[in-house]
Design a binder for this molecule. Structure first.
Ligand SMILES: NC(=O)c1ccc[n+]([C@@H]2O[C@H](COP(=O)([O-])OP(=O)(O)OC[C@H]3O[C@@H](n4cnc5c(N)ncnc54)[C@H](O)[C@@H]3O)[C@@H](O)[C@H]2O)c1
Length: 365
């Protein structure tokens, strides 16, 4: 836990967040805000990396606006929209009505060929997104659009800039890692972080850690792959639009775990509807140890996809608030490298975690 808040310390102002896309990830995140709001000590609270981060508790995060395009979500209270189909993330807690109505955003490339069979586009009029952001007082916009919605992600990033909000890009569209976008945020005096959030129980992080552990012990890895199957809308979208992109991003980051060349493949592979929001990740590692003796590892990790983003998102949002407090601008490397698979600069897990810890500690001095 980085930086406990002193007991009786002055309450910090809330962190006002707007959600772009009320899908499975948003569902788990909103439920998490409810789930963790009454925990006071990190010891009794299960499932978070940091209950308090830089002095902020999850209950300091307030959702002030939300946008989607789905007819079963738009015009509904956020508490109802997060459980509306095609979302299939599990219900972990009851969420009381929030009083916050989901606005309709422009569709752009938000619905792909494959997902159009499960997504019903709302016929309600589109909101003026920039105006809603301004009026809601949002200071951080969190992009949770489908991974193939590249144009829509860029469009919301531009609205975020116009409304004077920091931008968190959880999707694998390249924004924070692109120098032209990073410069636009820098020119506007705003932070941007991304791209493609790292999961808490992440197949990528686990894969890298296993490879590093084996390599440290003198094993020469010769071949390795890690492939996923899932049943969320996101897996369906990935199948059509971002399979290759995700494979490139994941393979590049896994390769950084090895100090030598090896055959490495990492990526998503298929959609299996009956898995619902579950995800199975398969790992295969082949290497040579003492006197060239061969070893093989064959492993499966089963998780539920949406809750896997919750803890990391909580850390990212609080860290971005710290960046705003410190008037930092452009791509914020300590946050990008700690929490995203495709940061502007790839760093090892240890270096990224150390950098993030120093960033948080410095902010609270
Ligand atoms: N563990 C995780 O869930 C995780 C981890 C890393 C990255 N991500 C990324 O987070 C993003 C969201 O994942 P998800 O599982 O919640 O996806 P999802 O498909 O369940 O949700 C996407 C939501 O965006 C909405 N949408 C589509 N077009 C829109 C538009 N133009 N304007 C507003 N809303 C629109 C959809 O209706 C849907 O509600 C994906 O890009 C995914 O790659 C998720």
């Amino acid at each position: 836990m980085i930086c406990e808040r002193q007991s009786g310390a002055f309450p910090l102002p809330s962190i006002k967040v707007a959600l772009i896309g009320v899908g499975n990830c948003a569902s788990a995140f909103v439920q998490g805000l409810q789930y963790y709001k009454n925990f006071e000590s990190g010891d009794e609270c299960v499932g978070l990396r940091n209950l308090i981060l830089g002095g902020y508790h999850p209950r300091d995060i307030q959702i002030v606006a939300a946008f989607d395009i789905e007819s079963r979500k738009v015009g509904k209270d956020l508490a109802e929209a997060i459980f509306a189909p095609p979302n299939n993330a599990p219900k972990m807690v009851e969420v009381a009505p929030t009083g916050l109505i989901v606005h309709k955003g422009p569709v752009l490339d938000g619905v792909g060929e494959y997902t159009k069979s499960v997504v019903q586009v709302s016929s309600l009029p589109e909101a003026d997104v920039m105006q809603v952001l301004r009026e809601s007082g949002a200071e951080i916009v969190v992009n949770l659009l489908p991974s193939g919605a590249v144009k829509a992600s860029e469009w919301y990033a531009a609205q975020s800039l116009k409304a004077g909000c920091a931008f968190v890009n959880a999707t694998p569209s390249f924004i924070a890692s692109r120098s032209d976008w990073a410069r636009r945020f820098e020119d506007a005096g705003l932070p941007v972080v991304g791209d493609d959030l790292i999961d808490q129980v992440g197949a990528t992080a686990l894969h890298k850690t296993l490879l590093q552990l084996l390599s440290r012990h003198g094993v020469r890895i010769t071949e390795t792959y890690q492939l996923d199957v899932g049943g969320g809308t996101e897996s369906l979208d990935t199948l059509e639009r971002t399979r290759n992109l995700k494979r490139t991003v994941k393979t590049e980051t896994v390769k950084t775990a090895l100090l030598y060349e090896a055959e490495v493949v990492a990526g998503s592979t298929d959609y299996v509807d009956f898995l619902q929001n579950r995800r199975d990740s398969f790992f295969w590692i082949k290497g040579l140890y003492f006197c060239g003796t061969p070893m093989q590892l064959d492993m499966r990790l089963s998780t539920v996809d949406a809750p896997n983003a919750g803890s990391v998102l909580l850390d990212v949002i609080r860290a971005v608030k710290i960046a705003l407090n410190r008037k930092l601008k452009g791509a914020i490397l300590p946050i990008c490298a700690y929490a995203f698979k495709h940061p502007p600069q790839l760093l090892s897990l240890e270096v990224a975690e150390k950098m993030f810890e120093e960033f948080i500690i410095m902010a609270t001095r």
